[in-house]
Design a protein around this ligand. Sequence first.
Ligand code: 13P
Length: 407
Amino acid sequence: MPLVDMKDMLHHAYRHGYAVGAFDLVSLDFLEGIMMAAEQARAPVILNLVESHFKSIDIELVMPAVEAAATRALVPVAIHLDHSASIDSAVKAINRGCNGVKVDAAHLDFTENTHITKAMVETAHACGVSVEGELGCVPGANGEDAERHPGDICYTSLAEAKAYVERTNVDFLAIAIGTMHGDIKGKPRLDYQRLKQINEKLAIPLVIHGGTGLSDDQYRRLIANGVAKINYFTALSKVAVKKIKENTRTNNACAYTGLLKDINQVVAGEVERCMRMWGSAGRAAEVLAQCGSWTPVEHMIMFNVEGVDKVGADMLMAEGQRVLSAIPGVREVFSGEAMQDNAKYHYTWLVRFCHPKLVDSYQQHPAYAAFNSKLLRTVSNKRVTIDFQTMQARTASVMPGFQEARA
Ligand code: 13P
């Protein structure tokens, strides 16, 4: 299962002087193209889901496909929610399978940005999920993505960056040093001096938004100064649109599938070009060997109840389901009742945690703690619990060669 811990992945890139691409996916063609490129280049990759794109792509429907693509991949993959509008939507994304998040708060003043980001970090870290903070403003220039990022550029301040990282405990920092979202007109002027100072002061992986439109030399200098993640979309959108236009000319019947023919191929071509330019190509095996895997945990609780009738027991089960499902990092809850009357335990919850961190942290969640002390414990003293990772997921994650052999 080559879903890996995003923090480990980006620290590997940071230590070894290359950058991992975080490529926005806006359709299954994009997903296929990005994964084809990563496998072709043997590169670690971040599948980037951007909340503003959820108007055109339903995250609930697309996440199973994204997870399936990551799970069957031979290269390390992380799944990131980018530009989340709120902590709540970031939590929903975590519960659906994202293992990195970024909440948009950089447009707010420093104190508010710090406050929101710190709260996001506390919630996400309890789920084992990494957080990208942002300081400064990377505005939109031209093109599809530009209008989602209004405002003027506001460069990241060195003094604020240090205080922000210390107070929030973010894992990575997105900085504003002259890049722009969308299609840049003219030559972007990047403030390398500022970048160098921020990198020396913080020593954590830095992130560039607005990755489209820079020269090979500009990427090289960014990476040499601590950039370990580059967000990239507009160029992928442009190659896809160009291909659709070509298909329109050559596809006389104008069939829908004909218009979309080979979108995955052109997206793959552009993604692979970036991976080779940014130095992530050929790194997959090292990353798999050195990074923690991202494997969910199944937590099973079995118990009997005393002193309540069937209606009371059903209400308890329903309340347990509600409380457990609302804990950040709980992906799914199944409530069950034994089929045999003489079963040793009559009731069960099977809870899927996104990460082993939840094994301890879910018990501290205030809603669960209250439910446990006020309700569950009063009717059920003896409970059996087991935490397990499926053998299939474990085998694939601890033995990267297993995946290779499968290929
Ligand atoms: P570009 O569209 O400029 O490549 O930027 C993408 C991005 O930063 C997504 O967050």
